[in-house]
Ligand binder design. Structure first.
Ligand code: 4AD
Ligand code: MG
Length: 477
C-alpha cells in the first residue's frame, strides 16, 4: 500500500490502486464525503465513504478538524472538480476534534480572529498557502545565491554592537533586573554580566558579514533580526528575518544591479513553484477587493503584479531627484502629506515612498545617494561630502523592501564619520581592522523576508506572513 501526499495523489492517474492517506478533515458532508487535507498543497482529496458498511460510531467522530487515516482505492471521481477520489475501505480516527470549541469553523474568519488563534490558523487555506509561499521563497533565495557563487554564513544573534546605530535593541543579560549591580560611576556594572559587557539581540548581521566577505568574497546571511522600535504598523515586526548579501569588490551600481536581479529571480521561481497557492491567494485578494470602494481596489491582480515586477526594469533615481518630485507633487502642495517635504535632507516617510512608487512611477523604485545625515555610519561618503552611497528599493503596497549601500572602506574617512556620530571607536576596533588589513571596495544590502512575502502573497499586514509574530505588547505562542 502506498502512503502518499494529497499533492501526489491528485497528480496520479487513478487506476484502482490501493492507497492510504493521513490528514485533517476540512469538511464532512452528507455522512459520505470527506474532504481531507494534509498540508502538502492547497487542494483537498475527496474520500467517499460507504455509509452502509461503516461503523456509526466512527462516522460520528468525523468532523472538521479531526485527524484521520484513510485506506482505500484511488478511482476516477464521479463528481465534478477533481480527477480522482478515494473510495474508502477503512477509516482510523487519529484525533477527534471538539466542534463546539474548535475555533476554525468551516466558514470565513477575520484575519484579526485568526491572529488570536495563530497556533491553529495554518489549518486554513489562506495561511497554509502563505506558509508554503514563505518556504518556497526561502529556498529560492538560497538557490539564487548558491548559483551565483555566494557562501552562506551565520552571524551572531547575540552581539555587542549596534550595527544600525539606531539604538533600538533588546538587551541580553543574566543580571537580576531588581538587583542590578552598580559600578563606581553608579552605572549598571556589566562586567558582572554573563559576557562581561553589554550585549543585545542583533539588529543586523552586516558588520560581521563584511568581515566574512573580506576573505570569502561573496557571502550572505539569512537569519532572525530584532528591533525594539515601537512602531505598531502593518510593516514592522520586532523579530523578522533578513537576508544580507555582502560582496567584496562591488560598488553601489553592482549592488543595485544584483538586488534587482535577485528579487526578480526569486519571484520568478515562486511563480513557477507555487502556481496553485498563488492562484488561491489571487482569488482571496479579488474577493477582498470587492468589499472595497473602487478607488482603493488594486489596479493589477496579484499574478499580474508579480509578473510586472519580473518583466520591468526598476526605476533608479537619486535622493535629490526624488526630493524634487515630492516637493513639487500635488499632495505636497495641497498639504496632504502628514510630513511635508520642505528642505533637502529630510528623511522620506512611507507616505512619500508610496507616492513615488504607486502614483508617480507606478513601478519599483531604487533611490540612491541619500543625505549622509539620515543614514548609518558605515555608508561610503560621496565626493560632495553631503551624500552617501546608500540605496533603498521601494515596492508598491509595501514601501521599503531593501536597504543597502556601498561601505566606507577608507579608514580615515570611516573614523571621522564615527567621531562625528559620537560612536565609541573602541567598540568597533575589529570593524576598523578590516580597513587596515587589505581593505577593498565592497557593498551589500538587506532584504526583509516578511516584506517580500507581503508583496508575493498580496497580504496587507506583516503579522500574517510570519507564523508567530512579535510586535509591541504581543509575544503570545
Ligand atoms: O534598511 P535596514 O535597516 O538595513 C540594514 O539593516 C542593513 N544592515 C542592511 C545591509 O545593508 N546589510 O533593513 C533592511 C530591510 C528593510 O529594507 C526592510 O525590508 C527590513 O529589513 N526591515 C524590517 N522588516 C520587518 N520589520 C522591521 N521592523 C524591519 N526593519 C527593517
Ligand atoms: Mg532602511
Amino acid at each position: 500500500m502506498n502512503s502518499l501526499t494529497v499533492k501526489n495523489l491528485l497528480k496520479d492517474n487513478p487506476s484502482s490502486q490501493k492507497v492510504f492517506i493521513e490528514g485533517w478533515v476540512k469538511t464532512f458532508r452528507a455522512n459520505r464525503f470527506i474532504s481531507l487535507n494534509d498540508g502538502s498543497c492547497s487542494e483537498n482529496i475527496q474520500c467517499v465513504v460507504d455509509f452502509e458498511n461503516t461503523d456509526q460510531e466512527i462516522l460520528s467522530k468525523i468532523s472538521t478538524g479531526a485527524s484521520l487515516r484513510i485506506e482505500g482505492t484511488l478511482v476516477e471521481s464521479q463528481g465534478k472538480g477533481q480527477k480522482s477520489e478515494i473510495k474508502v475501505d477503512k477509516i482510523i480516527i487519529l484525533g477527534e476534534c471538539d466542534m463546539n470549541s474548535y475555533p476554525i469553523q468551516p466558514k470565513k474568519h477575520s484575519l484579526e480572529f485568526l491572529r488570536e488563534n495563530a497556533h491553529l490558523r495554518v489549518r486554513t487555506n489562506t495561511f497554509s498557502s502563505i506558509m508554503r509561499v514563505r518556504s518556497n521563497l526561502s529556498f529560492a533565495i538560497h538557490k539564487y545565491f548558491k548559483e551565483k557563487g555566494f557562501f552562506y554564513v551565520n552571524t551572531p544573534i547575540i552581539t555587542g554592537s549596534d550595527a544600525e546605530g539606531a539604538g533600538e535593541m533588546f538587551k541580553v543579560t543574566t543580571l537580576e533586573i531588581e538587583k542590578t549591580p552598580l559600578n563606581n560611576k553608579n552605572k549598571i556594572d556589566y562586567e558582572q554580566d554573563f559576557f562581561g559587557k553589554e550585549t543585545n539581540l542583533t539588529v543586523s548581521g552586516q558588520l560581521e558579514a563584511e568581515s566574512l566577505a573580506m576573505g570569502l568574497g561573496k557571502v550572505y546571511t539569512f537569519g532572525p533580526t530584532f528591533r525594539a522600535e515601537n512602531s505598531n504598523t502593518s510593516r514592522h515586526l520586532a523579530e523578522f528575518w533578513m537576508i544580507e548579501p555582502e560582496m567584496a569588490f562591488y560598488d553601489l551600481e553592482d549592488n543595485m544591479e544584483l538586488a534587482e536581479e535577485f528579487i526578480k529571480s526569486v519571484i520568478k521561481d515562486l511563480i513557477n513553484e507555487c502556481p496553485e497557492d498563488l492562484e488561491y491567494l489571487n482569488k482571496r485578494l479579488l474577493d477582498e477587493d470587492k468589499s472595497k470602494p473602487m478607488n482603493e481596489r488594486n489596479e493589477l491582480n496579484l499574478l499580474d503584479r508579480l509578473n510586472f515586477v519580473v518583466n520591468n526594469d526598476f526605476k533608479k533615481i537619486t535622493y535629490t531627484e526624488a526630493f524634487e518630485i515630492l516637493k513639487n507633487s500635488k499632495p505636497n502642495k495641497k498639504k496632504k502629506f502628514k510630513y511635508p517635504i520642505l528642505e533637502w535632507g529630510v528623511d522620506l516617510q512611507s507616505e512619500h515612498e508610496r507616492f513615488l512608487v504607486e502614483k508617480h512611477f507606478k513601478k519599483p523604485v531604487i533611490i540612491y545617494d541619500y543625505p549622509a545625515k539620515i543614514k548609518a555610519f558605515y555608508m561610503r561618503m560621496n565626493e560632495d561630502g553631503k551624500t552617501v552611497k546608500a540605496m533603498d528599493i521601494l515596492f508598491p503596497g509595501i514601501g521599503e523592501i531593501v536597504g543597502g549601500s556601498q561601505r566606507e572602506e577608507r579608514l580615515d574617512v570611516l573614523k571621522a564619520r564615527i567621531k562625528d556620530l559620537n560612536i565609541e571607536e573602541k567598540e568597533l576596533w575589529w570593524y576598523l581592522d578590516l580597513r587596515k588589513y587589505g581593505t577593498v571596495k565592497h557593498s551589500g544590502f538587506g532584504l526583509g523576508l516578511e516584506r517580500l512575502i507581503l508583496f508575493a502573497t498580496g497580504m496587507s499586514n506583516i503579522r500574517d506572513v510570519i507564523p508567530f509574530p512579535r510586535t509591541p505588547k504581543s509575544a503570545e505562542f
